[in-house]
Write a protein that binds this ligand. Structure first.
Ligand code: FAD
Length: 276
């Protein structure tokens, strides 16, 4: 059972940040034959939106105190993204890595992350990026909240207020700006507008190099979790194909004649395009 972190009162708020390592999206190549990303074609880095999530957590910690635990699911190389997070202000880093987590879709990914959060037990607020730059679904954050049975607010562009219990008042990006209060511990996903992630100092980078990254495998999570729900076994969706959409440039057309004639031709053209 998860619960609000009552007993560690002086450590509050206890914040969990979910961070994924992604390939540099400017460099990565698509294998259109196989319909997959060729991850070896680009260097890996922390998902940019997750750095905004971490920065939001660090800013709360600077105001109120508390702790930040960063959790990532990925291959062993994702350790470098977690070291980067420690250098930027996280206190604890956990890497969920195991062949059995491989081939996970968003449902299995969120189940695995939620299982790790349940094992951690005490937290006041979970912060995610709004999406990743590779998978780009934006599903994992809200799905984690569903698995945990807690409320969530997506696309948060400003944290107006946060208290020691992790209860937040947030503003969302979008056509309408909703001011939402989370009156229980919950999860938010943040947009890039929320802040400018800080760069770690050399001293912090060196310190993070020596810090411990906790490694959890399937066996560390199965006390209470269903191992059939991890990885490819727990993934009801499969990527059928990835295609790169062709980008069509702008085309101009001049309608000549009197204003009435030109307007008539213009309307006829529109009707053809819209098939009315
Ligand atoms: C059938 C199938 C097989 C796949 N196999 C693989 C595979 O073998 N290897 C692979 O790399 N990808 C694989 N993927 C892609 C993988 O499912 C997604 O990358 C993953 O589920 C996260 O989804 P997303 O990237 O769209 O995250 P989003 O929903 O866009 O992410 C939102 C936020 O959730 C959090 N988050 C997301 N993923 C993680 C994570 N892993 N760790 C911590 N926090 C996270 C971050 O805060 C992020 O900003 C597969 C997908 C499918 C459908």
């Amino acid at each position: 059972m998860i619960h609000n972190s009552g007993e560690a009162a002086n450590e509050r708020p206890n914040i969990i940040v979910l961070l994924k390592q992604v390939p540099d999206i400017e460099e990565v190549k698509f294998d259109t034959e196989k319909g997959t990303l060729d991850r070896s074609s680009a260097k890996a880095e922390p998902n940019p939106f997750d750095l905004n999530a971490l920065e939001a957590g660090v800013q709360i910690k600077e105001k109120l105190g508390g702790t930040i635990t960063v959790v990532s699911m990925g291959p062993p190389q994702a350790e470098s993204a977690l070291r980067d997070a420690l250098a930027r202000g996280a206190d604890r880093a956990i890497l969920l890595t195991d062949k059995k987590f491989g081939g996970a879709d968003t449902l299995a990914t969120s189940y695995t992350l939620a299982s790790a959060i349940k094992k951690l037990g005490n937290f006041d607020l979970i912060i995610c990026g709004e999406k990743t730059v590779d998978g780009d679904t934006g599903q994992v954050g809200p799905e984690v909240a569903e698995h945990l049975g807690i409320p969530h607010v997506a696309y948060v562009s400003e944290i107006k207020k946060c208290d020691k219990e992790g209860f937040v008042t947030v503003s969302q990006m979008g056509e309408y700006r909703y001011l939402t209060e989370l009156k229980s511990f919950g999860l938010i996903t943040v947009t890039k507008d929320i802040n400018e992630p800080r760069l770690p100092s050399l001293r912090d980078k060196l310190k993070a190099r020596k810090s411990e990254i906790e490694i959890w495998s399937v066996d560390d999570l199965t006390n209470g979790a269903d191992r059939n729900k991890f990885g490819i076994m727990g993934s009801p969706t499969s990527v059928y194909k990835i295609t790169i959409p062709s980008v069509e440039g702008r085309r101009g057309k001049i309608f000549r004649g009197t204003p009435d004639e030109a307007t008539k031709k213009f309307v006829e053209e529109l009707e053809k395009i819209l098939k009315v």
